[in-house]
Design a protein around this ligand. Structure first.
Ligand SMILES: [Zn+2]
Ligand SMILES: [Zn+2]
Ligand SMILES: [Zn+2]
Length: 106
């Protein structure tokens, strides 16, 4: 496991959108500013590493759960379906083939 800075709150530990109150803690890292993730990790293609769900800007990315990084094991290639963007071209939803990671197993 590797500790990374929480992408959703950018390491502040606070809810970046103040949804509940100004003092609400970040739901992703529970206020610690750090999250643990299994290695090896790559940047989440779907949210571009921001941890924020692109369709609705105020909730956590469903691909990386707000961490901004995802675990990818083994050799991978860019997803041929979404060309590595992690998005379905028509709907903008996470790509079904790669699950939004932007890469698939070689
Ligand atoms: Zn956080
Ligand atoms: Zn993401
Ligand atoms: Zn894809």
């Amino acid at each position: 496991m590797k500790a990374i800075t929480c992408a959703f709150c950018k390491g502040t530990g606070k809810d970046p959108f103040n949804l509940l109150s100004e003092l609400a803690t970040c739901q992703v890292c529970a206020g610690t500013g750090k999250v643990e993730i299994k290695e090896p990790v790559i940047k989440c293609a779907y949210c571009k590493g921001t941890g924020v769900y692109p369709q609705n800007g105020r909730v956590t990315c469903t691909v990386c759960n707000g961490k901004g990084s995802v675990t990818v094991k083994g050799a991978t290639i860019p997803c041929p379906e979404c060309k590595g963007t992690g998005r379905e071209i028509d709907s903008g939803l996470p790509c079904i083939k790669c699950g939004g990671k932007g890469v698939v197993k070689k």
